[in-house]
Structures are given as structure tokens and as C-alpha cells.
Ligand binder design. Structure first.
Ligand code: F6P
Length: 324
């Protein structure tokens, strides 16, 4: 391998910049010519591929978002799009590609790697923490910190007005952000995509709190929750339970921004460093990840097809016990 390119794709996640920095510098340290692709797979198609040096990644470790920009690219799903992308890489003799993103990103990488033989290494970057092969994905820790900072503020006003708040958090199919932030913020209840909670159950939990003099309550609703978002749930609850004035807050995209936590900066650095080292060893079609405190690799195929239930059982139990 002589030339490696790096791109970020899908939703951005804090820590991506630390990872880009590690990829570029690890490559350069090992005598590789490094390239940065702007706007993910779209940049491969648009020939937006630029040489990078050690200084191109100075002063970015603390920044949220991604300096390489990102996109969700439909054109790369077509044979024509992939062919143009390949020709653009070939023109620069780029034979290694590091892709930082979530499952959509890996699906593209897998098809591309298989078809053209470009060596591909994936880095799990998504706030949702919904990939098999890594206990934590890049950005998840920062997102939870952002969420609990927001909930702490809502708690102040909920308490002052004796209100019930329904707060919707991100996680398209994953309740990881919701579960952890509910424990860390001391929420009264949490609704998750992975676990059915009936309206009766939720209402009896809230009733129990009201009967033991809780003056305000916070319910976290994961955006992927099957029975609807925070507005739907709030409406249904209000019809049957009216002890408090009820409000809804959707935290939305603020959860994806902000300076990465120390955990995400270190994880991004470790994964970027590992991704380049794996390519240098001749490995391809794998994803680097964190298991316990070790960096491990998983076949991209496996990462995409195996689904792990990532909700910690003690945290699930604690949502009932600690909220009484
Ligand atoms: O996958 C990360 C994520 O932030 C999800 O939690 C959310 O559902 C989605 O991206 C939002 O995507 P977009 O920014 O394209 O609206």
C-alpha cells in the first residue's frame, strides 16, 4: 500500500476529527501518501480528493463535526456511481480507503471493496452506538454528555413549575442514548425501541411517583420507540394521567454537535491509528472497534449482519428501581 484516502460518511459524530487526524498522521509516519475525501462517497464521485499532510490536521482534535464534511450519498449505491469513484481513486493510485461512519457507510464500503479490490477499513462513527463489533462507537459518549447537560437544565424548570416533561432523544433504531442518559440524568422512565413498555406500565410508574409526592417527572423517549415519538406519547398519557402540567422537548440535532469528550478523542485516535495499521498489515474489509479496553477487528460483513443487543441489563433494571 502506498496511497491511502480517508472519508467520513453518514451522520457526523464528535470524535471524527480526532480519528481523521490519527489516520493521516499514522499514514504519514509510515511513509504513506495520504488523501482526504470531502463529503464522503459523494466526494469520491465528484473527484473531491485532496492530498493531506501532517499540518492539514493541526488544531482539529477538539472540534465536533468533521472537517472532511459528510453526506448520505444515493449515487454511490448505483453501479455507475461506484465506477466513477473507482476511476478517481485509480487516477491517483489510491489502493487503501478508511471509511468512518455507520452501517450505511459500511454497506457502501463492502460493495465497493468486493467489486474493485480496493483495500477498505471501517471505523464505527455514529452517536447511535448501534454497530456490532465495538462496545462503543465514536460520538456516543459525547452525545450522552450533551443530552444529560440539556436534561439537567430541563429538570430545573420542571421542578420549579411542577411539570411532567417528555424528552425525545436520538437513536434511529437504538435505545442506547436513551437508556444511558436516563440513568445519568435520573429520569423517571424511559421508552426504548428494543423493549416494549405499555402505556399502562408507564402510567402506573408515573402514578406511583405522584402518590409518593414527586412534584415533577422526566420521561425520556427514544426517537425509534415503536409506539410513537415524545409528542404522541405525551398526548396519550395526558388523556389518562393529569397530575402535572405536561411539556415536550425534542433535543434533535444538538445531540450530534459539540466538542468531543476525552473518551471520544481517545477512541477516535485509537481507532484511526489501528485502521491504518491494519491496512499496512495487508488486511481489508474489516472494521476496527473497541472490546473491553482492547482494539479488535471484525469483518465488515459480520458487523453489518450480526446485531448485538447493547442495552446493559443492570441499567434496564435500574430504570425501575432508582426512579421510585
Ligand atoms: O444515525 C445517527 C442519527 O443521528 C440518528 O440518531 C438519527 O435518526 C439520524 O442520524 C438523523 O439523520 P439526519 O441528520 O440525516 O436527519
Amino acid at each position: 500500500i502506498k496511497n491511502i484516502a480517508v472519508l467520513t460518511s453518514g451522520g457526523d459524530a464528535p470524535g471524527m476529527n480526532a480519528c481523521i487526524r490519527a489516520v493521516i498522521r499514522t499514514g504519514i509516519y509510515n511513509g504513506i501518501n495520504m488523501f482526504g475525501v470531502l463529503q464522503g462517497y459523494q466526494g469520491l464521485i465528484n473527484n473531491n480528493i485532496n492530498p493531506m499532510d501532517a499540518r492539514s490536521v493541526s488544531n482539529i482534535i477538539h472540534l465536533g463535526g468533521t472537517v472532511l464534511k459528510t453526506a448520505r450519498c444515493l449515487e454511490f449505491k448505483t453501479e455507475e456511481g461506484m465506477e466513477i469513484a473507482f476511476q478517481n481513486l485509480k487516477a491517483r493510485d489510491i489502493d487503501g480507503l478508511v471509511v468512518i461512519g455507520g452501517d450505511g457507510t459500511f454497506t457502501g464500503a463492502q460493495r465497493f471493496g468486493h467489486k474493485y479490490g480496493v483495500r477498505v477499513m471501517g471505523v464505527p462513527g455514529t452517536i447511535d452506538n448501534d454497530l456490532y463489533g465495538s462496545d462503543f462507537t465514536l460520538g456516543y459518549d459525547t452525545a450522552i454528555n450533551t443530552v444529560i447537560e440539556a436534561i439537567d437544565k430541563i429538570r430545573d424548570t420542571a421542578d420549579s413549575h411542577d411539570r411532567l416533561f417528555f424528552i425525545e432523544v436520538m437513536g434511529r433504531d437504538s435505545g442506547c442514548i436513551a437508556l444511558r442518559s436516563s440513568i445519568a440524568s435520573g429520569a423517571e422512565a424511559v421508552l426504548l425501541p428494543e423493549k416494549e413498555t405499555s402505556l399502562d406500565e408507564l402510567i402506573s410508574q408515573l402514578e406511583a411517583g405522584a402518590s409518593t409526592k414527586k412534584s415533577s417527572s422526566i420521561v425520556i423517549v427514544s426517537e425509534g420507540h415503536k409506539q410513537g415519538g415524545a409528542y404522541d406519547i405525551a398526548k396519550k398519557v395526558k388523556e389518562r394521567f393529569n397530575h402535572y402540567d405536561t411539556k415536550v422537548t425534542i433535543l434533535g440535532h444538538l445531540q450530534r454537535g459539540g466538542s468531543p469528550s476525552s473518551f471520544d478523542r481517545i477512541l477516535g485516535s485509537r481507532l484511526g491509528f489501528a485502521a491504518v495499521n491494519e491496512l499496512l498489515k495487508g488486511n481489508t474489509m474489516q472494521m476496527v472497534g473497541l472490546r473491553g479496553n482492547d482494539i479488535v477487528t471484525t469483518d465488515i460483513e459480520e458487523a453489518l449482519t450480526k446485531h448485538s443487543f447493547k442495552l446493559e441489563s443492570d441499567l434496564l433494571e435500574m430504570t425501575k428501581v432508582l426512579s421510585i
